[in-house]
Design a protein around this ligand. Structure first.
Ligand SMILES: *[C@@H]1O[C@H](CO)[C@@H](O)[C@H](O)[C@H]1NC(C)=O
Ligand SMILES: *[C@@H]1O[C@H](CO)[C@@H](O)[C@H](O)[C@H]1NC(C)=O
Ligand SMILES: *[C@@H]1O[C@H](CO)[C@@H](O)[C@H](O)[C@H]1NC(C)=O
Ligand SMILES: *[C@@H]1O[C@H](CO)[C@@H](O)[C@H](O)[C@H]1NC(C)=O
Ligand SMILES: *[C@@H]1O[C@H](CO)[C@@H](O)[C@H](O)[C@H]1NC(C)=O
Ligand SMILES: *[C@@H]1O[C@H](CO)[C@@H](O)[C@H](O)[C@H]1NC(C)=O
Length: 433
């Protein structure tokens, strides 16, 4: 018994050696490079600084792409971009709080226009530079005037081609309710014609399975995707958080046999897994026999990510910490998980992770406990991007660092129009300069 207690103590309290995280960017408030036609009176630029937290991060070539979900009012941009290496100021010092650029354009940020992004929390970039963007369709989901004007969508952009829209999929209401779903996180599987697995933390929590080859989606539900009442309350940096959030962070193991999806509701202490073979098999409706409860994480967590060597990274919200589990060792989750970084000031709410092409691991830390309690202090640093030389790549790559063969995505006829108008806008802006 004592040995067990000691073991638990060793695996939870101490921070084990891992390439350290350092702060690369930090902002008190997130702000934007306004377009030439900017006017303070124009409703589309309505901006309430404290309502603009960054949530998602993914990297491609020399840029990082960030999401600013429209949870409350006054968010002019929901998908943005900025260089991932700090630009230097005239004194040669790193600019660590850059203003963000609307991506791919200002037109694509227009609230109420269902061809534009309404609210983006997560996206993923595949090894060919195609960004798979989840648009929840609804805005002000935590605000005073929630809207549900547009359907939830998956939109694929070509980052090496000005962000043109390659493909769009509108989720039918029976897969993602247009008035109550919340598309939260996405991972990509390039095998068997291509799949995206999406967590829906809305009223009917589910893992949504989208098949690129069939251009169809289905939803898989299970009790373990629901918020657990005992995990609804926790404390971050002295602030109480009371939130009932269903299935939230998801992660996918690298390509290979027995490929596995990992998930956890935000309001849960447990990590669960399910084989992708089961998710892809639409004749399996009841997944009860395939869900595995891997055990207790110590704390609630938000986003997670897996590397191409099978290392799972996730945050520990109530401990201002980041943890990992190396699935390549034979140790099960309960004894194999390790806390690798803890900082009670700098790591308040590690939200989302992403790997870059140079094998570094990045994380957005956004002090959401303050946002959720309407007490963001704009005189303090609220948002940080930290990074660690983890020397691994994303789960989309094979363990030997090569990319698997990827499915071809061809633009449908009706979608080229949107793409052309984006190119046209870029041209116009270019000419205007
Ligand atoms: C500026 O940023 C670069 C890239 O992140 C980093 O290597 C360098 O140490 C930074 N310089 C300072 C003075 O912080
Ligand atoms: C949401 O939509 C469904 C189906 O369209 C409808 O049955 C339900 O009443 C709606 N719920 C709310 C809260 O509007
Ligand atoms: C995959 O799962 C099967 C059945 O559980 C098991 O026998 C096999 O060893 C697993 N393969 C790998 C590579 O883990
Ligand atoms: C799908 O699941 C059913 C029921 O378990 C099984 O009979 C069938 O072989 C599976 N199909 C595939 C393609 O794995
Ligand atoms: C994970 O475990 C494998 C096998 O023991 C090891 O080679 C690798 O370095 C470990 N990765 C990390 C990040 O600790
Ligand atoms: C990487 O691994 C894959 C799958 O095992 C294999 O097909 C490919 O040839 C390997 N590539 C290199 C460069 O080793």
């Amino acid at each position: 018994m004592l040995r067990l207690a000691l073991l638990a103590c060793l695996t939870t309290t101490f921070v084990v050696a891992h390439a350290p995280f350092s702060v690369i960017f930090q902002w008190k408030t997130i702000s934007y490079n306004w377009p030439p036609e900017y006017s303070e009176k124009d409703a589309r630029y309505h901006y309430i600084p404290e309502n603009n937290p960054i949530a998602g991060i993914k990297l491609w070539k020399d840029n990082m792409y960030l999401t600013i979900p429209r949870w409350k009012s006054g968010v002019p941009v929901t998908l943005a971009r900025t260089p991932s290496t700090p630009v230097k100021d005239e004194r040669g010092l790193n600019i660590t709080k850059p203003k963000l650029d609307a991506y791919p354009s200002w037109d694509m940020q227009l609230p109420g226009d269902c061809n534009a992004f309404q609210s983006v929390q997560s996206m993923e970039i595949d090894p060919q530079g195609r960004m798979w963007v989840l648009d929840t369709g609804r805005t002000e989901t935590m605000g005073e005037h929630p809207t549900a004007k547009c359907p939830p969508r998956l939109v694929i952009l070509d980052l090496d081609n000005g962000g043109v829209v390659l493909k769009e999929f509108k989720f039918p209401d029976d897969v993602a309710r247009h008035n109550s779903s919340y598309l939260n996180d996405i991972v990509l599987d390039h095998q068997n014609g291509g799949y995206a697995y999406i967590s829906d933390s809305g009223l009917e929590p589910a893992i949504i399975v989208y098949s690129l080859k069939d251009d169809k989606a289905r939803k898989v539900t299970h009790e373990t995707m629901k918020a657990q009442p005992d995990a609804v309350r926790f404390v971050v940096a002295g602030t109480n958080v009371i939130q009932s959030v269903n299935v939230d962070g998801i992660a996918l193991s690298p390509p290979g046999p027995n490929r596995t999806l990992y998930y956890s509701p935000l309001s849960s202490f447990n990590l669960y897994s399910i084989p992708v073979e089961v998710l892809q098999n639409s004749s399996i409706i009841d997944v009860q026999n395939y869900v595995v409860d891997l055990g207790n994480k110590i704390s609630q967590s938000d986003g997670m990510v897996m590397s191409n060597t099978g290392v799972l990274y996730y945050g520990l919200l109530a401990d201002d910490a980041i943890a990992m589990w190396n699935t390549s060792t034979s140790q099960p989750f309960a004894t194999g998980r390790r806390t690798i970084s803890r900082d009670h000031l700098l790591t308040q709410w590690p939200d989302t992770f992403g790997f870059d092409e140079k094998a570094r691991l990045w994380c957005v830390v956004n002090s959401l406990q303050n946002f959720l309690n309407n007490k963001v202090d704009v005189t303090q640093y609220n948002y940080r991007i930290i990074s660690s030389n983890a020397m691994q790549r994303s789960y989309q790559y094979l363990p030997n660092n090569t990319a698997p063969e990827l499915p071809v995505i061809t633009a449908a006829a009706g979608q080229i129009r949107i793409a052309m108008s984006t190119v046209f806008t870029i041209l116009l802006v270019f000419l205007a300069c």
